[in-house]
Design a protein. Structure first.
Length: 341
């Protein structure tokens, strides 16, 4: 069995899929790369099949009707044989020296029983701009297994996006994760749902994942996000429902630092969605925004108060013309903070 499964969801990715897969040709041991062709209409399927023919010891190609990013990840999770699991979007890439370090650490960890998750730093490869690195050395201790009680608070610019996480495969399955199909922004659920079950961790301060941002047509483009805001709202609601209850924290069932990390992440994605609707500015957009916050208040009053009191939560909901100007600024800040720009 491979030590690490790398799932590559790919839809019409022919223009950039080679960038993701070519470096992985250098790997010889301990990994499998599962390319899930999600009903592509370009040459994605042929490219995936070619890699599977060239290196059947590493690459597997799976073809399915289009089910969206979440549907492709669901398929990869179901097919994964590795002890650990990493998702690599088809337009991103991994550093091979960092990946070799990760595999070495995973081998050592497995000799001692393994962990629920391994975290790494990641790079924002920003098209036309200088790159930016998201680091977690101020949050996690490096070089040893640790628990949530050993961690520090996340700063406003630190978020455990999918790019930073390697999960234990069985732990993800035990979480019951089933991502909604034909829906964008499900990366957020991939973070929140399994992370709520993570108790043992390891942090490797290496720049493993290169997240390419700024490519035309990406789902995180501002105008694209506004067109798909209904999907953002759906993901936000599901993320909020996956949040453990304050009672679980009070009884010690859920570590308080873990709950704080989850709330920190959910605060950011809700602020981005709220500011996106405010930026749209139509009566329908503002009605959607207000309905969302009423729903949060009705279902989780404590969470509502926490989110609305935060800088991003408050500034993404100010009324009137002046409020929209502040909201526009908050929208830009929120996108930078969570790595969309």
């Amino acid at each position: 069995m491979p030590l690490l499964s790398i799932v590559v969801p790919a839809y019409n990715a022919a223009d950039h899929l080679h960038r993701a897969l070519v470096p992985l040709l250098r790997m010889r041991h301990d990994i499998e790369v599962i390319v899930v062709d999600d009903g592509s209409t370009d040459a994605t399927a042929e490219i995936a099949d070619d890699y599977a023919r060239r290196r059947p010891d590493v690459f597997r190609a799976i073809h399915q009707p289009n089910r969206g990013h979440g549907g492709a990840i669901n398929t990869g999770l179901a097919e994964a044989r590795g002890t650990y699991l990493k998702v690599l979007d088809a337009d991103d890439w991994l550093s091979i020296p960092a990946l070799e370090q990760v595999l070495q650490i995973l081998r050592t960890l497995e000799e001692c029983g393994g962990v629920d998750a391994v975290f790494t730093d990641y790079v924002h490869d920003r098209v036309g701009k200088s790159n930016r690195v998201s680091r977690f050395d101020s949050v996690f201790p490096a070089g040893r297994v640790f628990e949530w009680g050993d961690t520090e608070r996340f700063s406003r610019r630190q978020y455990l996006m999918m790019h930073a996480i390697i999960y234990r495969t069985e732990m993800v399955r035990a979480s019951g994760l089933r991502l909604p199909e034909n829906t964008f922004y499900v990366d957020n659920l991939y973070v929140v749902v399994p992370l709520a079950r993570v108790r043992s961790m390891y942090y490797l301060p290496g720049k493993l994942y290169h997240y390419v941002i700024g490519r035309e047509g990406q789902s995180v483009e501002a105008d694209t996000m506004l067109r798909r805001v209904d999907q953002q709202l759906r993901v936000n609601r599901l993320a909020l429902r996956a949040l453990p209850s304050p009672a679980e924290v009070a009884t010690g069932e859920v570590p308080a630092p873990l709950y704080a990390a989850l709330l920190h992440y959910i605060e950011a994605i809700c602020a981005v969605t709220s500011a996106t609707l405010a930026r749209g500015g139509t009566r329908a957009h503002l009605a959607q925004r207000d309905a969302f916050w009423r729903e949060v208040k009705a279902e989780s009053p404590w969470v509502y108060t926490r989110l609305r009191r935060s800088f991003m939560g408050a500034s993404s909901n100010l009324p009137g013309h002046a409020g929209r100007r502040v909201t526009s600024l908050a929208y830009s800040v929120a996108r930078r903070v969570v790595g969309f720009s």
